[in-house]
Every structure is written in C-alpha cells, then in structure tokens.
Design a protein around this ligand. Structure first.
Ligand code: PNS
Length: 177
C-alpha cells in the first residue's frame, strides 16, 4: 500500500470553464490529500467554448494560492493519465441526484479498467449546488454577467471575449455542449 505521503489524487474535468463549484471542491480536496492534480481533459465528443490551452491557463490562474495543487492537461483515457502520474484517487464533485447516474457509470467503468484507483465523491457548498459550466456558458452567451459564478480570471476572460462579442453580434451562438 502506498504511503499517505505520496498519495496523489486527481480532479478531472472539462473545466469549460472552471466554476466556483469546481474551486470549492478543489479547496476541500486540498485539505484532505497531500497532492491534487487538476486534470483538464481534451474531450473526445464535446465541442468546447475554450481551447485546452485556455482552459488549463484559466484553471492555473484560478487555483493560485491553494496549497498542494498542480494543473495538467491530458488527452486519452483518464485511467491512463491516473497510472502515468501515480494517482490513487479520482475526485469528483456531486451536486444533485441527477449527477449520480453519469458519475456511477464513469466510476465503475474506470474501476473496471484500473481497479487500483478509487473514485471519491465530494459535495460542494450548498450555494454552488445548482452551478454548472453549461449554465455559465449559456448565461454569458446570452449577454449576462457571470460574476460570483466563476473565479475572477474566468470572469475577466468571459467579459473580454464572449460578452464583447455578444454586444457586437446580432445574437448568441449556442454551439457548445
Ligand atoms: O467535467 P466533465 O465534462 O463532467 O468531465 C468528464 C471527464 C473529463 C472526467 C470524462 O469525460 C473523462 O474522464 N474523459 C477522459 C476520457 C475517458 O477516460 N473516458 C472514459 C470514462 S469512463
């Protein structure tokens, strides 16, 4: 059994973009594990609003000051990334009951492929229970501020890019997942 001192937990996601809910989970995880790697995925079937490089940069800027946290991008299977970095745990946030089915399927499938890694679920603060990256994108694309829903670096990026474009365009473009 690996010693706690080398216990690495990964917190994977698309982070398109990172929200205050994600940050809340990262903060909680950083008090439980000696090292957290926030693993920013390059999703196969999803068209993202922000590129992988942009998402990594925004996550890095957002987690500044939180101890024991590192940020890395990955492509391919999460379990392969977990093996590569020597992670013992995958952290996922659970909000509502509706998250359960998707999360259980992923956790079981990841266990089947790599039984050495455990999925651990954490729940965010109540105030973020309804928060989702997809809602943030929709609100931003429809021209409203997302302050308080996302970390300041993301808010800035959205203000400079999405909200600016909305004002110039005839209407929103909802071509993202
Ligand atoms: O924040 P998300 O979009 O819900 O995160 C989903 C993510 C990135 C964790 C998941 O899609 C994933 O692990 N992708 C990597 C590819 C993979 O391993 N797929 C099989 C999952 S059982």
């Amino acid at each position: 059994m690996t010693q706690k001192s080398s216990f690495i937990a990964i917190f994977p996601g698309s982070f398109d973009p990172i929200t205050m809910g994600h940050l809340d989970i990262i903060r909680r995880a950083s008090t439980l594990f000696p090292k957290i790697i926030v693993a920013v995925a390059d999703p196969l079937h999803k068209k993202t609003m922000f590129t992988l490089e942009e998402r990594i940069k925004l996550v890095k800027e957002s987690v500044q000051g939180i101890p024991n946290v590192e940020v890395q991008g990955f492509t391919g299977l999460l379990v392969d990334f977990a093996k590569k970095v020597g992670a013992r745990a995958i952290i996922r946030g659970l909000r509502a009951v509706s998250d359960f089915e998707y999360e259980f399927k992923m956790a079981w499938m990841n266990r089947r492929m790599y039984p050495e890694v455990e999925t651990i679920f954490l729940i965010p603060s109540e105030e973020y229970a309804y928060l989702a990256s997809s809602l943030v994108k929709e609100i931003a694309l429809l021209g409203k501020d997302v302050d308080g829903l996302v970390p300041p670096p993301v808010e800035k990026k959205i203000r400079e890019t999405i909200l600016g474009k909305y004002k110039e365009s005839k209407g929103p473009s909802l071509e993202f997942d």
